[in-house]
Design a protein around this ligand. Structure first.
Ligand SMILES: C[S@@+](CC[C@H](N)C(=O)[O-])C[C@H]1O[C@@H](n2cnc3c(N)ncnc32)[C@H](O)[C@@H]1O
Length: 894
C-alpha cells in the first residue's frame, strides 16, 4: 500500500478515496481498469491539496493515456504484492512441520527498525493533509495464551529456533529495545537477558492509530520488561500489525495483547536476572505511564503482595494516575487504584470524591455517582452554579464539562431513566443530538431494561421474551454500546483501515478493527462487568462457543463495586481476539444515526459505503433473535438503540427484530441470512417459502426489475404536482395529463395482479395470513393511491386503495365512519413509507374539507411514529413536516 501511495504521489496523483480502497482488493480486471482510469484523473490538488504539479501537470507531460497506463502498472504491482502476501501468509497456515530459523543479529534488527521508523515518519510528512490508508492481513489461525504466567517455563530468544511454531507452556522474558512502529498494530525489537534480539508485532495494541510514534512509544517505554506468554514465532510476523509488504520476516506475532505481561521491578520473575547488553540510546522519551493494559501500582501491590514502597506516592501523584486512567478510557483501573489507595490509607474516604464521582459515572453506577457528586458539591470543592444545562444538550455534553451541581442533577436524571425509561423529551434530546449537521457520535444515557428477560428459545439459542403484556409503542430497551468505533473518530480520521483475511477473503474495515481493539481493552479493564455480556455472545456458526456462553446472560453489565473484591478479585482476562471479531461480525450493529428526517435520506455514512460504517456492539440488544417480520422496532440514535413494541405482545412473547430487511425479496433475504446458518421461520418466511422458489424468484424479478420503469413514470408525473393541493377541487387535471395518470394506474394494477399471482400457493395454504401480508404489493398500491387521489372524484376509492396498501404490510385499518383510531394495528414492514402514505391521505382529506377524518389520519401517523421512534411532537414534525403535507399538519397543530 505504501509503495502504491508513494508512486501515485510521484505521478502527481492522489491516494484512492475511502470508497476506492475496497476496489483495490477486487480481483476483477474491469474493476481495476476503471479504478486506474479514476485514479489517473485524480490530482493531488483535488484529493490532498498542498503539492504542486497535480494530475493536470503530469498528464500534460505524459498525456492522459500514458498516465492511465502508468497507474495500471502500479495497480498491477500492488496486486502482485498482495498475491505474494497471500502466499506468505497461507504458507504459514498450511505448513505442516516448522522449519529451522536463525535469529538476525541484534545490530541488523536495530538498523531495520530505525529505517522503518524513519520511513513511516517520512510517509506521514508526505501525506499532505494526513490521509494515510492502511492495509493489513489476517487469517484463520489466531492465538492467545490461556495459561497463567506462573505455570509457564521461561525460555530465551535462542530457544525460538523453529517457525512457524507456538511455544506452548513457555514464556519469553524480554525488554523493549526500540521505539514502537505504529501502523494498525505495533512492531518493535526486544532482547532477552543474553542480549539476543527478535522483532515483536502486537495486534490491537491501540485503537488510536493517529497518535505519534513518540506518544505510542510512551505506552511501552524503552527498557520495559515483558513476559510474552506462549509466543508464536511466525515467518511473517508483521503483516497483521502492518504494514504488509509481501515479504516474509521472522519474528514473534502476538494476536492478542493479553499475551503480554508487563513485568514489574518488584516481581520475583526478575530475581537474579541480569541483562548482558545495554539498551541502545534512543530518542524515545522515558515515561512513567501505567495506563497500557495494566493496573495502577497500588492495586497491583495489594493484589500481588509486593513489598510496600519506601516512599508512598503523594495524593497528587495518585490523583494524576487515576485521572490518566479515566482519560485513557479505563474507569475500571481508575476505580481499583482509588480503592487500593483508600485501603492503604493513602487517601481518606472523603478525599478525591470528584474523581470517584467521575469514575462511577463512567461505570454507569449512577447511584454511587450521584452521592459522590452531591458530596463534592456540598464540599464546595468546585464552583457550583444552578442546573443551567439545557435539556436538549443533556446527552451530548461530557460530564467532565459540568459543575458538580449540574453533574449531580444529571446523574439524578440518569438514575430516574434507568428505572422509568426515557421520556419523550429525552428521546427528542438524543434524536436531535444524534442528527443534524454535526451529529454527536457518543451520547451519554443510562440504560433502561423494560419488561423483558433472557430465555432459551428452542432452535435459536437465547432470546428476549416479555415478562408481561406490553402495548404498542412501549419502550422495551434503551441501550448504549460499548467500545463503539466510527470512521470519523479523530483517532482514525484520515487513516482508513482495510484488513484482508487471506483464508476466506473477508475484508474488515476501520470501525470493525478499531471496535475489536476497543472491546479487548475494555474487557481487560472491566472483566467482571463485560466478560459475560461480550464474550457470552456467540461468534458465528464456524466458531466454538466461548466458556461464557453457558453462563446466565445478564440484563445489565455491572461493575464489582465492593472496594475489596474489586481489587483483590480482579483477574485479567485472556481475550481471544478472533472470538471478539466473530462477536462483532455476528452481533454488532452497523448503523448508528438517528432515523433520518423524511427529507434528508442521504446519510453521511452511506455516502462512504462500507468504509463509512460505524460498529456498535450493544450486548443485550444483540441477544434479540431475528424475524423478517419483526414485532418490535429497533431505532438507532448514534450509539444508542431503543426498542419498542409494534403490537400488543402478551407475556412470554419472544421479541424479534430484523437483521436484514423484511422488505427485501425472499431469495435475497435468505442469501443475506445464510452467514448465520439458520432458516428464518417467521410468518412472512413461512408464507414466502410456501410459494416455492420459482414464484418467489419471479416476484423478486418483478419488484426489483420490471416495476422500476412504472414507478419512474409515476414519479415523473408527480414532479409537476403540488402535493399539498392534492384533493382540492381546483387542482383538476387537464385531459391528457389525466390520461397519463390513468395509464400509470392501469400499469400499476397490472403489476399488482402479476405480483398477486406469485402468492397463489401460499394463499391456498394460508388464505387469511397471506391476505394480510403481501409486502411486495405495498409500493404499487401506495403509488396507485396517490394517482387516484389526483383524478378520481371518489374519496372511498382513495381510502380503499390506501387501506389495501397498509393491510399488505400487516396494519389493520379501522372503519372510517367511527371516531376511533384509524390504525388498529401498526404496519410491521415499510414503516416510514406507511407513515408517508398516511400523511398523504390526511392531506388529501383535509383538502376535501373532511377535517375530522383528516385529523384522525394525522393522528394515526403520529401514533405510528411514536410507536416506532418516540420523541413526541418535536421529533415527529422534524421527520415529517414538509410543504407537501403542511395542510394536514397545520390543522393537527392548531
Ligand atoms: C445476534 S445473535 C442472537 C442471540 C443468540 N440467539 C444467542 O443465543 O447468542 C445471532 C444468532 O442467533 C441465532 N438466531 C437469531 N435469529 C434466529 C432465528 N430466527 N432462528 C434461529 N436462530 C436464530 C443465530 O445463531 C444467529 O447467528
Amino acid at each position: 500500500m505504501e509503495d502504491l501511495l508513494r508512486s501515485l504521489r510521484n505521478l502527481g496523483l492522489g491516494a484512492p478515496s475511502p470508497s476506492q480502497l475496497l476496489e483495490l482488493l477486487d480481483t476483477d480486471e474491469e474493476v481495476q481498469k476503471r479504478l486506474a482510469q479514476l485514479l489517473s484523473l485524480s490530482s493531488v490538488l483535488d484529493g490532498e491539496g498542498g503539492e504542486e504539479g497535480g494530475a493536470g501537470g503530469a498528464a500534460m507531460m505524459m498525456g492522459q493515456d500514458l498516465l492511465e497506463e502508468a497507474v495500471n502498472a502500479l495497480l498491477d504491482n500492488f496486486r502482485k504484492t498482495l498475491d505474494r502476501q497471500r502466499e506468505v501468509s497461507k504458507k504459514e497456515t498450511t505448513t505442516k512441520a516448522p522449519t529451522k530459523v536463525k535469529l538476525a543479529p541484534r545490530t541488523a534488527l536495530l538498523a531495520r527498525q530505525d529505517a522503518a521508523l524513519k520511513r513511516a515518519e517520512q510517509q506521514r510528512q508526505e501525506a499532505g493533509r494526513g490521509y494515510i490508508p492502511r492495509l493489513v492481513v489476517d487469517g484463520k489461525a489466531s492465538y492467545h495464551s490461556k495459561r497463567p504466567l506462573a505455570s509457564l517455563k521461561r525460555i530465551s530468544c535462542g530457544d525460538l529456533n523453529l517457525a512457524p511454531r507456538r511455544y506452548e507452556g513457555a514464556y519469553l522474558l524480554c525488554r523493549v529495545m526500540t521505539p514502537l512502529l505504529l501502523y494498525v498494530g505495533v512492531t518493535f525489537i526486544v532482547d532477552d537477558p543474553s542480549g539476543a534480539a527478535i522483532p515483536v508485532s502486537i495486534s490491537h495494541f491501540t485503537s488510536d492509530i493517529n497518535q505519534s510514534q513518540s506518544s505510542v512509544s510512551k505506552l511501552l517505554p524503552l527498557g520495559t520488561v515483558l513476559a510474552i506468554r506462549e509466543p508464536f514465532v511466525s515467518l511473517d510476523h508483521a503483516s497483521r500489525a502492518g504494514p504488509c509488504t509481501g515479504k516474509a520476516a521472522m519474528g514473534i506475532r502476538v494476536d492478542s495483547p493479553t499475551d503480554i505481561v508487563i513485568v514489574e521491578e518488584e516481581d520475583r520473575l526478575l530475581e537474579g536476572v541480569e541483562w548482558k547488553e545495554d539498551l541502545p540510546l534512543s530518542s524515545c522519551p522515558p515515561s512513567t505511564s501505567t495506563v497500557w493494559l495494566r493496573d495502577g501500582f497500588l492495586s497491583r501491590q495489594l493484589r500481588q503482595g509486593f513489598s510496600p514502597p519506601a516512599q508512598p506516592p503523594s495524593l497528587s501523584a495518585i490523583r494524576e494516575t487515576i485521572e490518566d486512567f479515566i482519560a485513557f478510557g479505563r474507569p475500571g483501573a481508575a476505580y481499583r487504584e482509588l480503592c487500593a489507595a483508600r485501603r492503604l490509607a493513602l487517601v481518606g474516604n472523603e478525599s478525591l470524591k470528584d474523581v470517584e464521582a467521575r469514575i462511577l459515572y463512567e461505570l454507569r453506577a449512577w447511584s454511587g455517582a450521584k452521592d459522590a457528586f452531591a458530596s463534592t458539591s456540598a464540599q464546595g470543592s468546585s464552583e457550583g452554579g444552578p442546573d443551567s444545562l439545557r435539556k436538549d444538550t443533556d446527552f451530548a455534553v461530557p460530564i467532565s464539562e459540568l459543575s458538580p451541581v449540574q453533574a449531580a442533577k444529571r446523574t439524578e436524571r440518569r438514575l430516574a431513566s434507568e428505572s422509568a425509561g426515557l421520556t419523550d423529551e429525552e428521546v427528542a434530546s438524543i434524536y436531535f443530538a444524534s442528527s443534524g449537521h454535526s451529529p454527536n457520535p457518543r451520547l451519554d444515557t443510562s440504560e433502561y431494561i423494560g419488561p423483558v428477560q433472557v430465555r432459551d428459545i428452542p432452535g435459536a439459542g437465547r432470546g428476549l421474551v416479555t415478562t408481561r403484556e406490553v402495548q404498542p409503542g412501549e419502550l422495551l430497551l434503551c441501550c448504549r454500546s460499548y467500545g463503539s468505533a466510527y470512521p470519523s473518530d479523530p483517532e482514525s480520521l484520515g487513516s482508513p483501515i482495510l484488513r484482508l483475511n487471506v483464508d476466506n477473503g473477508v475484508v474488515s474495515t476501520t470501525s470493525q478493527v478499531r471496535a475489536q481493539t476497543n472491546l479487548i481493552h475494555a474487557l481487560v479493564d472491566r472483566p467482571d462487568m463485560l466478560a459475560v455480556p461480550v464474550l457470552g455472545l456467540t461468534a458465528g456458526p464456524s466458531m466454538d462457543y466461548s466458556r461464557f456462553v453457558t453462563e446466565p446472560y445478564p440484563l445489565r453489565a455491572r461493575m464489582e463495586l465492593d472496594p475489596k473484591k474489586a481489587v483483590n478479585e480482579y483477574k485479567s482476562l485472556d481475550v481471544d481476539a478472533a472470538y471478539v471479531d466473530g462477536v462483532l461480525r455476528f452481533n454488532a450493529f452497523g448503523p448508528a444515526q438517528a432515523p433520518a428526517s423524511s427529507h434528508s435520506h442521504k446519510h453521511v455514512e452511506e455516502s462512504q459505503g462500507e468504509l463509512g460504517r460505524s460498529t456498535q456492539p450493544h450486548p443485550l440488544p444483540a441477544i434479540l433473535n431475528h424475524a423478517c417480520l419483526p414485532n418490535v422496532s429497533s431505532v438507532f440514535f448514534s450509539n444508542i438503540v431503543t426498542t419498542r413494541a409494534l403490537d400488543v405482545l402478551p407475556e412470554g412473547t419472544e421479541i424479534v427484530h430484523q437483521y436484514v430487511r423484511g422488505e427485501t425479496p425472499f431469495p435475497i433475504r435468505t442469501a443475506q441470512l445464510s452467514k448465520h446458518g439458520f432458516e428464518c421461520a417467521c410468518s412472512l418466511c413461512i408464507l414466502d417459502r410456501a410459494d416455492g422458489a420459482e414464484a418467489s424468484g419471479r416476484r423478486a424479478r418483478i419488484t426489483e426489475g420490471e416495476s422500476r420503469a412504472v414507478f419512474e413514470r409515476s414519479r415523473l408525473l408527480f414532479k409537476s404536482v403540488k402535493l399539498a393541493e392534492v384533493g382540492s377541487t381546483d387542482a383538476s387535471l387537464a385531459g391528457e395529463v389525466k390520461e397519463a395518470h390513468e395509464d400509470v394506474v392501469e400499469a400499476l394494477k397490472n403489476l399488482r395482479e402479476r405480483i398477486d399471482e406469485t402468492y397463489s400457493a401460499s394463499s391456498k395454504t394460508f388464505p387469511k395470513e397471506r391476505a394480510q401480508l403481501k409486502p411486495e404489493v405495498f409500493s404499487t398500491l401506495d403509488r396507485q393511491t396517490r394517482h387516484l387521489a389526483l383524478f378520481s372524484g371518489d374519496i372511498d376509492v382513495v381510502l380503499d386503495s390506501a387501506g389495501d396498501a397498509l393491510r399488505c404490510v400487516g396494519a389493520q385499518v379501522a372503519s372510517q365512519d367511527g371516531k376511533g383510531q384509524i390504525l388498529d394495528k401498526l404496519p410491521r414492514l415499510h414503516f416510514d413509507p406507511s407513515i408517508d402514505l398516511v400523511l398523504f391521505v390526511a392531506t388529501f382529506l383535509q383538502n376535501r374539507r373532511l377535517k375530522e377524518l383528516s385529523l384522525r389520519w394525522v393522528q394515526a401517523a403520529y401514533h405510528a411514529h411514536q410507536a416506532m421512534v418516540g420523541g413526541g411532537q418535536a421529533v415527529f414534525l422534524h421527520r415529517w413536516k414538509s410543504d407537501s403535507v403542511a395542510p394536514a399538519l397545520e390543522l393537527w397543530l392548531s
